[in-house]
Ligand binder design. Structure first.
Ligand SMILES: Nc1ncnc2c1ncn2[C@@H]1O[C@H](COP(=O)(O)OP(=O)(O)O)[C@@H](O)[C@H]1O
Ligand SMILES: [Mg+2]
Length: 230
């Protein structure tokens, strides 16, 4: 098992600080090695909050999160940042590639501060392999502005994989794509999950995307309900 969320509660106080709005309510979830999970639910149901809490980008009010037995609450801010870099890959609704850099430069951006030449070389090799795997070999020197939304989103997936994460967290990854590109991106995420031994959590309101995952949970009243287990 790689991730365990136990009895997570997250609420926001209203502006007067009196009433609580509960977003995640005593929520528990286990994510096994190599598993693919979709979390569906309407806008505002707390899907992004769940991913942010799971990845320690946001705090929760109670409950615990462990990765391979390591309780994240025992780590300080700097340790959490290192933990995220080593273990997690993020994909968002918009690609967040830098417009002034080429695709290959965007993907290798996290390796600019790395001094070790061998590590840099390895990352370059992996970047080229992954860009080829997602069908972008011929466009590595192009800038995001010269590419389609689907191509940029595929490059964003490569960027998420460059650190060889154990877990990919994707928040509405197909939300800005047309139907065909969305279909391709969904298949790509699932193929990566199967071939690269990386676990996958996708939050989405798209049932078409959710159905590609092994398990589908519905986020409802702050709790997860398993609605499909393929
Ligand atoms: N910083 C915040 N302060 C107060 N309420 C928030 C904050 N962030 C999110 N919310 C509320 O939490 C709820 C869940 O938001 P979110 O997790 O973004 O939902 P989803 O991703 O499912 O659309 C929303 O009603 C949102 O308004
Ligand atoms: Mg959201």
């Amino acid at each position: 098992m790689i991730v365990e969320l136990k009895k997570i509660t997250k609420y926001y106080k209203n502006s007067e600080g009196s009433e609580k709005r509960i977003i995640l309510d005593d929520l528990s979830l286990s994510i096994e090695n190599g598993e693919s999970i979709a979390v569906v639910g309407p806008s505002g149901s707390g899907k992004s909050t769940l991913l942010n809490v799971l990845s320690s980008l946001d705090t929760c009010n109670s409950g615990s999160i462990t990765f391979n037995g390591q309780n994240l609450s025992e780590l300080n801010g700097k340790e959490l940042a290192i933990f995220r870099n080593q273990n997690l890959g993020f994909v968002f609704q918009s690609h967040h590639l830098l417009p002034q850099l080429s695709l290959i430069e965007n993907v290798l951006l996290p390796f600019i501060p790395v001094k070790d030449r061998r590590l840099k070389k390895e990352a370059e090799k992996r970047a080229l392999e992954l860009l080829s795997y997602v069908g972008l070999s011929n466009q590595i020197h192009q800038r995001p502005g010269q590419m389609s939304g689907g191509e940029c989103q595929r490059a964003a997936v490569v960027r998420a994989l460059i650190h060889q994460p154990n877990l990919i967290l994707a928040d509405e990854p197909t939300g800005s794509l047309d139907k065909k590109s969305a279909e391709q991106l969904g298949d790509l995420l699932v193929n990566i999950n199967k071939k690269q031994a990386v676990s996958l959590v996708v939050v989405t309101h798209s049932m078409d995307l959710a159905k590609k995952m092994k398990k589908i949970y519905q986020l409802e009243d702050g709790k997860l309900v398993l609605i499909n287990n393929a």
